[in-house]
Design a protein around this ligand. Structure first.
Ligand SMILES: Cc1ncc(COP(=O)(O)O)c(C=O)c1O
Length: 459
C-alpha cells in the first residue's frame, strides 16, 4: 500500500493514537494543526496535499546536501541489492574500510582510527568509553569523569545525559547518572563583537581551568560542541576558547573530545569546526550529515596513540568491548561514501562560502525587529534570540508557526529562532527563506486570537 492510500483523517487518527513523538509536548501536538511531510527534494519538503515548504533546519541538522540527493539515493539503492549487513567484529567490509580511510583523510590532523556507531548518541557514548578505557589501559585508575559545558548537549542515552546540561532535557535524570563536572559556557548573549566574544570565552576558560586543577585525578577528558552549542539554543562562541582548551588538555594530558555531530561537514565554514579554530581533538564524534541525512550512522574517530593503548599484551586484555549491530553497515557506508563524494565534487564548501555573507546580512536585517534581543551567525548557521520581556519562547513558537504558514519550516529552541539550511541552498532559496522569516516575525508579533499552535518543544 502506498502512503497515499491511507486517507489523511485516518492517518492523523492513527498518529494520535499510536505514535509517541520525540521532543514533543503531547497536548500542544494534539491541539496544533497536524503536519505530515510525505516526500522531499532539495530544500523542499512536501506535505500530503503537495504543498512545498522550505526546509530551514536541514531536517534536524542532517540533510546537508538537500533531500533526495540523487547520488546518495542511487548508492543506497545499488548497495541494497548487493549486501545489506556485515559484521565488523573480527572481519571487514570493503565499504566500511573505504569510508574509514576517507574520513581519516578529511578529518583534522592525527585522527586516523574510525570507530563506527549508529547515531549521534552512540558515537558520544563510544567516545566516553574509549576515553575512560584509554586511562584504564594505561594503568591509570580513577580517571572516569569528564568536564562538560553548561547547557551542553551530546545525545539522549544515559551516558550522554551525564555530560549534558540542558535543564529541561536532563533534570529528571539527575539521580540516575554520574554527572560530569560542569564548566560555564563560553557563549556571549549579544550581537557578535570579536573582542567582547573573545573576552567572554577567555573568562569561561579560566573557570574550566580551575575545575581541571581541582579535580584532575578524576578527569579523563573534556567534551564539548565546538563553536556552536546547538541544542542549548544555537550558542555560538569564539574559537579562542577551543585553542585554550586544547592547550590545557595538552598541558595536563587530558583527552579532548569534540562533538561535531551537529556541526561537522561544512556547517561552520570549515569542513569541521575544529578546522575553523585551527585545533585537532583527540576524539572526534560525527553523525547526522554523515550520510546526508538518509540513514543513521556515526563515528568516533581517534588518534593512533589512543588506538594503540587498546592492543592486548600477554596477560592484559585491553579489547574495546563495545559495538553496535549496525556499525559500519554496508548500506549506510555506501550512503556516507556517496555523501562525501558529492560533498567534494559538487563545490559544497564554495557554496557555503558564498551563502555565508548572505545569511549573516539576512540575520542582521532580522535583528531590526523590536522583539529581537541579539543575533549571531557563523557559516550556514544564523540565529536570533528574542527578548524575554516580549514573551521570548512563546513568541518564538508563534513566529515559527507563521513561517510555516508562509512556506518555511523552522523550529524554535526556547526564545531562539534560527536558520540551518542545507549547505547546497541556492542564493534564491536562501533569499526566500529570509523573506519568509522576516514576514513571520512581523506577523508573529501581531495579537492573535487563536491559542499558540506550535507543538515544537526542544531541539
Ligand atoms: C552535538 C550533538 N551531539 C549528539 C547529538 C545526538 O545525536 P542523535 O540524535 O543522532 O543521537 C546531537 C543531536 O542533536 C547533537 O546536536
Amino acid at each position: 500500500m502506498t502512503p497515499m492510500a491511507i486517507h489523511t483523517d485516518t492517518l492523523q487518527e492513527l498518529d494520535y493514537r499510536h505514535l509517541w513523538h520525540p521532543y514533543t509536548d503531547i497536548n500542544a501536538y494534539e491541539a496544533a494543526p497536524w503536519t505530515c511531510f510525505e516526500r522531499a527534494s532539495g530544500v523542499y519538503l512536501y506535505d500530503r496535499d503537495g504543498r512545498a515548504v522550505l526546509d530551514g533546519i536541514a531536517s534536524w541538522w542532517a540533510v546537508a546536501l538537500g533531500h533526495s540527493h540523487p547520488r546518495i539515493v542511487e548508492a543506497i539503492r545499488a548497495q541494497a541489492g548487493v549486501m545489506q549487513h556485515a559484521i565488523l567484529g573480527n572481519q571487514t567490509h570493503p565499504l566500511a574500510v573505504r569510508l574509514a580511510a576517507k574520513l581519516a583523510g578529511i578529518t583534522p590532523p592525527g585522527l586516523t582510527r574510525c570507530y563506527f556507531a549508529s547515531d549521534g548518541a552512540s558515537a558520544t557514548e563510544a567516545a566516553l568509553k574509549i576515553a575512560i578505557q584509554y586511562w584504564h589501559n594505561r594503568g591509570v585508575r580513577g580517571k572516569t569523569r569528564f568536564v562538560a559545558l553548561d547547557e551542553g548537549y551530546h545525545g539522549d542515552t544515559l551516558g550522554a545525559v551525564g555530560i549534558g546540561f540542558v535543564p529541561a532535557f536532563h533534570a529528571p535524570f539527575d539521580g540516575a547518572v554520574i554527572k560530569s563536572f560542569v564548566a560555564p559556557a563560553p557563549h556571549r548573549a549579544a550581537d557578535t563583537d570579536d573582542a567582547a566574544d573573545r573576552a567572554c570565552a577567555v573568562q569561561a576558560f579560566a573557570a574550566l581551568e580551575c575545575i581541571v586543577a581541582a579535580q584532575e585525578d578524576q578527569i579523563a577528558g573534556v567534551i564539548l560542541e565546538p563553536l556552536c552549542m546547538g541544542a542549548a539554543g544555537i550558542r555560538l562562541y569564539h574559537p579562542e576558547y577551543l585553542r585554550l582548551v586544547r592547550e590545557l588538555c595538552d598541558a595536563r594530558g587530558l583527552l579532548l573530545i569534540a562533538d561535531e555531530i551537529a556541526v561537522g561537514f561544512g556547517r561552520t565554514g570549515g569542513v569541521f569546526a575544529c578546522d575553523v579554530a585551527g585545533i585537532a581533538p583527540d576524539i572526534l564524534c560525527i553523525g547526522k550529515a554523515m550520510t546526508g541525512g538518509t540513514l543513521p550512522m556515526s563515528a568516533a574517530i581517534v588518534t593512533e596513540e589512543i588506538y594503540d593503548t587498546f592492543r592486548n599484551e600477554p596477560g592484559r586484555d585491553r579489547t574495546f568491548y563495545d559495538g553496535h549491530t549496525y556499525c559500519g553497515n554496508p548500506i549506510t557506508s555506501a550512503a556516507a561514501l556517496a555523501f562525501l563524494e558529492a560533498f567534494e565534487a559538487e563545490g559544497v564548501m564554495q557554496n557555503v562560502a558564498s551563502r555565508t555573507p548572505q545569511l549573516a546580512a539576512g540575520m542582521a536585517r532580522l535583528a531590526r525587529h523590536d522583539a529581537v534581543h541579539y543575533h549571531k551567525s557563523l557559516g550556514l548557521i544564523g540565529m536570533i534570540a528574542l527578548k524575554p520581556e516580549v514573551g521570548g519562547a512563546a513568541l518564538a513558537k508563534r513566529i515559527a508557526r507563521r513561517a510555516f504558514e508562509l512556506g518555511l519550516f523552522i523550529r524554535p529552541l526556547g526564545n531562539v529562532l534560527y536558520l540551518w539550511p542545507p549547505l547546497t541552498t541556492t542564493e534564491a532559496e536562501l533569499a526566500q527563506m529570509l523573506i519568509y522569516f522576516d514576514t513571520a516575525i512581523e506577523r508573529g508579533q501581531l495579537p492573535m486570537s487563536e491559542p499558540l499552535p506550535s507543538a515544537d518543544d526542544g531541539r
